[in-house]
Design a protein around this ligand. Sequence first.
Ligand code: SF4
Length: 465
Amino acid sequence: MMTKTDPFANRPPVETALFDFFKIGPGPSSSHTIGPMKAGHDFLVLLQNTDPKLVASGTALEVTLLGSLSATGMGHGTDIAVLAGLLGNTPEHCPPGLLQNMRENPQAIYQFKVGSLSLPLSLKQITFGPVKHDSPYNNTLVIRLLDANKQTIAEREYYSVGGGFVQWKGWQEPKRGTPAHPYRSMHELQQRLKETGLELHELIIENEMAITGMSRPQIWQHIDELKMAMFESVEHGLLGFGKLPGTLGVYKKAQAILKHYQGHNLLIDQLLGRINAYAFAVSEENASGGVIVTAPTCGAAGVIPALLYAMREDLHIGARALNEGLVASAAVGMLCKHNAGIAGAEVGCQGEVGVASSMAAAMLAHALGYNATVVENAAEIALEHHLGLTCDPVGGYVQIPCIERNAMGAIKAYNAVLLATAEADTQHKVSLDAAIMAMNEIGRNMNIKFKETSAGGLAVSVVEC
Ligand code: SF4
């Protein structure tokens, strides 16, 4: 590696839990759908824990979407997601088809109930506010309960910080256990692996046990459930046909891609064609508001399942290695989140599809039994060659360029493993930390036009018919 210094030496250790990172929920966007739904649900819980007399004096609820949530919230269904959250739904338990039904009935009036308070609630109460604002985070939404004099009874300013994570003004990290093997960077993680003699997945599992208090069998069972949810999203997506929701008129293509490459005379085309089809399947499922796993986000949810499914179906890798690979991928994703960002609105698409591709490369290299240096090199190559990638979804829909981009991210991950396993592991020049540091710098300096606002790039150059 070119540098052995640790650029993140002054940061706190990574304390993200695996299951905060990988979340099952409805698409199309972790920051614009899952996060806002959680915010709506959190506000409901806040009122449930507020003086009932005060809450009963409420006469109106107001929701204001700001920044990227306002710019592309319509295409991402942000308004519908907040509404569903306020009505008591959570991403994990959101009934299938609920968001689609709500989208198809925009005039519907619902009842918002807390204790003795019952207020009519509809999409009309959700305002798309200014794209430029003073809040500290681009993806901001404010929810208020007002009394008859328009005085605020309760208010919370939420930040949807990517990957379905939500914070708010005055939010404090919940108290949890501390990691058994603390690390702030890949450099430190490699050191911990050398000191302990643990394999990468074993170290991450020991940290997870210490942070969450979950037992080892509970954690492995949950990983297995995540893997099965990813497989279901591939298989369900492969059954899809017709057009995706929205005004772009984009057709679902996963099935057609799969058929096209069946029996193709080049074996490599058969494999790459299938990985493409699997990535399209999940991304089309996501764009339809179907259930996916954030990996690390909804927009990039097709990359890891595509490679994971191919690893089972086409490379015939066993279930245990798949699960261990998934855990190794999370180590990479958590480092990217901790030291740069994983939201298109924060650092562009390099933080979504770029990070997903990097995670997928780590997953495959680890599942194939390569050492942690090769795993890092594969992850680094995949991330390095997504640096600078902008987020410019056409019409604010997670369709163009997102769906094809997921397929490209999965294929690049496969190629990154080919490159990393063909060189001596010590000859690789760039560390993963250096690539993450570059992503952070590029993301912070990226014009807001290219951060999920649909104000630049393809979102402007592609003319909607
Ligand atoms: S362009 Fe990339 S970051 Fe932006 S919405 Fe699409 S997948 Fe997400």
